[in-house]
Design a protein around this ligand. Structure first.
Ligand code: GLN
Length: 482
């Protein structure tokens, strides 16, 4: 019996038919975790607890929708009694007294959390190289980055250890690693999923979402992850549909926009070919492509890299060595305590963002940078509103290329440009999904679909149609013996 690479749907039916017991499933899962240790994808495991839960499920019947499904949780969600580091030395000793709403929702639906996945420190990064706990490796090739910041989550799903993992996406951290690891990941509309218990990076952009092998599994997870939450003031009070209901609906006649201002000729011609092939595939399903203009979209990266650091500098001020988290040894006085705790606790990229953020919010520069960025953000949102008058969805590549080698991108600006296609959806609060769409030199690549506000069902439907008629999402990286 092999459980590797199985989807939620497949594991659920194996559990129901008793082909595998809950306990066996979890035991096998932890065997896989150990044989994939070289990925460095987990920061903390929840083995004892998870096996206990599985044992209990075997002794009691449960009709919960996700009963017994093993899931990996990004280490950005606080988990009661289980260490939560957010990829940082600052929180290396933090054991939260409560769990994030997302964690509660999934566990209440029967999921078993098997551990906390490695990630860029405080979710700042596009390659998982900024984690205090070391790089995560991409299962598709030695020394390849998995993308960031939810790289650990993407790697464990791609390696087939678990069918699903949670991720968060402030500027692309679900979609980009999904693309580079050959899996499916959706960032819902801002506010769809509660941010309660998510360690804040940039509060007006942060949004949680599922990462899985298929759009169908993402829909199943969305059904449980979404909820209106009074503990999060930006949580949307909107009806939550059954995201699985319209998965099979035909896509014939749908209009998908291609952004005129995205200059694809700057990309590698093979990357463009994969994108063009995906368009042809959709055309064969009856989709019409139309060019749309989003005149301000190329201002997204500079806008994001003002707004996100500004919010991060404010959010991260709470880590001062006083209340929780790391405190330096033998502080001389209060100032020394602050300075050394923060200097020792934060890594280089986080410090860079705090500096940029403090600068753009400072009295002399606020109008020129932060206020201006907020104005441009509104223009970008207006561009999308106008585009959605003409098209149902917008499609682009998810990333500029396939996974690159760890250590090969040392210039932070180059790294920021990796987010070119993903940050616009965050700035506009819109839902976006990445699905596997091809391979170059055995490395996966994804396409991104962006939907109008609250149109996740449509995104999942369009992604599911692609997956029903292609097999990119079924490919698996080379396996390792247990
Ligand atoms: N790569 C982007 C950044 O470093 C996005 C990260 C994210 O979505 N958490 O800010």
């Amino acid at each position: 019996m092999s459980i590797q690479f199985k989807t939620i749907k497949e594991l659920s039916s194996m559990l129901q038919s008793k082909e595998v017991s809950n306990y066996e499933l979890l035991q096998e899962t932890f065997k896989l975790v150990k044989s994939y240790k070289h990925l460095n994808a987990f920061i903390t495991l929840n083995e004892e607890n998870a096996l206990k839960k599985a044992r209990n499920l075997d002794n009691n019947t449960s009709d919960l929708s996700l009963s017994g499904i093993p899931i990996a949780q990004k280490d950005l969600f606080v988990t009661k009694g289980l260490r939560t580091t957010c990829g940082s030395n600052m929180l290396s000793n933090f054991i939260p007294p409560y769990s994030a709403t997302v964690i509660e929702n999934l566990e209440n639906a029967g999921c078993i959390s098997i551990g906390k996945t490695n990630m860029d420190e405080f979710a700042m990064g596009s390659s998982n190289e900024t984690s205090f706990y070391g790089n995560v490796n991409n299962p598709w090739g030695e020394n390849l980055v998995p993308g960031g910041s939810s790289g650990g989550s993407a790697a464990v799903v791609a390696a087939g250890i678990v069918p699903a993992a949670t991720g968060t996406d402030t500027g692309g951290s679900i979609r980009q690693p999904a693309s580079l690891c050959g899996i499916t990941g959706i960032k819902p509309t801002y506010g769809r999923i509660s941010r309660w218990g998510m360690i804040a990076f940039a509060s007006s952009l942060d949004q949680a979402g599922p990462m899985a092998r298929t759009a169908e599994d993402c829909a199943i997870l969305m059904n449980e992850m979404c909820s209106h939450d009074n503990k999060d003031t930006t949580s949307l009070d909107e009806t939550i549909p059954d995201f699985t209901k319209d998965l099979d609906a035909p896509v014939k006649g749908l209009k998908i926009g291609i952004v005129k201002e995205f200059d694809l000729s700057k990309l590698d011609s093979n990357v463009v070919k994969v994108f063009e092939d995906s368009k042809k595939h959709y055309e064969s399903l009856g989709v019409d492509f139309v060019e749309v203009s989003l005149p301000n979209i190329n201002l997204s990266v500079p806008t994001y890299y003002v707004v996100a650091p500004a919010e991060c500098s404010s959010n991260l001020s709470r880590f001062d060595g006083v209340k929780f988290g790391k405190r330096c040894d033998d502080p001389k006085d209060l100032e020394d305590l602050y300075i050394r705790s923060r200097s020792e606790g934060f890594g280089e990229e986080v410090k860079r963002r705090i500096l940029i953020g403090s600068y753009v919010l400072s009295a002399g520069f606020y109008d020129a940078y932060y206020k201006k960025a907020q104005q441009v953000r509104r223009l970008i949102k207006n561009d999308f509103d106008n585009a959605f008058k003409h098209v149902d969805l917008i499609m682009s590549p998810t990333t500029r290329g396939t996974a690159f080698e760890a250590g090969s991108m040392s210039d932070p600006i180059q790294m920021y440009l990796e987010d070119l296609f993903t940050v616009p959806a965050n700035l506009a609060g819109l839902p976006g999904i990445s699905i596997p769409s091809g391979y170059l030199d055995s490395k996966p690549l994804g396409i991104q679909l962006i939907g109008n506000s609250l149109q996740e069902s449509q995104l999942l439907n369009v992604a599911h149609n692609f997956q029903m008629t292609s097999d990119w999402h079924l490919r698996t990286p080379p396996t390792r013996s247990k």
